[in-house]
Design a protein around this ligand. Sequence first.
Ligand code: K2U
Ligand code: ZN
Length: 174
Amino acid sequence: MPQKKIVIEPDPILRKKSKPVEKVDDELRRLLDDMLETMYAAPGIGLAAVQVGILKRLIVIDISKDEDKKEPLFLINPKIISKSQQTSTYEEGCLSLPGHFAEIERPAECEINFIDYNGKKKEIKADGLLSTCIQHEVDHLDGVLFIDYLSKLKKDMIIKKLVKHKKELNKIVL
Ligand code: K2U
Ligand code: ZN
């Protein structure tokens, strides 16, 4: 399955709201498989469809550390239905903001409902890194990036560096 190109910030598509999926069929499963392959190759532990330029409410996640014991999660039309009062802080990164990391505080636990790879409705509770990753990815589906939780100064500095990074990349490609 072909890996897909990851959209790098700043890019207007990363600020758009993704649309719900109407039908879970083989074509959608092929897209989910391509997203998962793209995520593993990056490497990353999560990826939202908008990060490969597709405005559908689709997320793939795999926080398993063991290369041989992959445990992918496919989230179709995920909806966060509850978040804990208690918070936790993780150093977050993002494949669309390569090389930038920041400590981000989020609700420690969350509960989501979604449709799975086979079209079945599911509901799970998450804590730890999985909870953080789910919230990070659902943010993507609503056009929100982790840098939006930083001070304007820090956010503008990261975007300025990414603009320079993209110019350098374009020089190499052209
Ligand atoms: O949106 C993304 O690019 C997914 C992030 C996943 C992530 C979300 C929250 C906290 C940490 C990571 C990418 O996988 S970033 C790459 C990465 C991988 C492992 C740990 C930290 C960052
Ligand atoms: Zn991200």
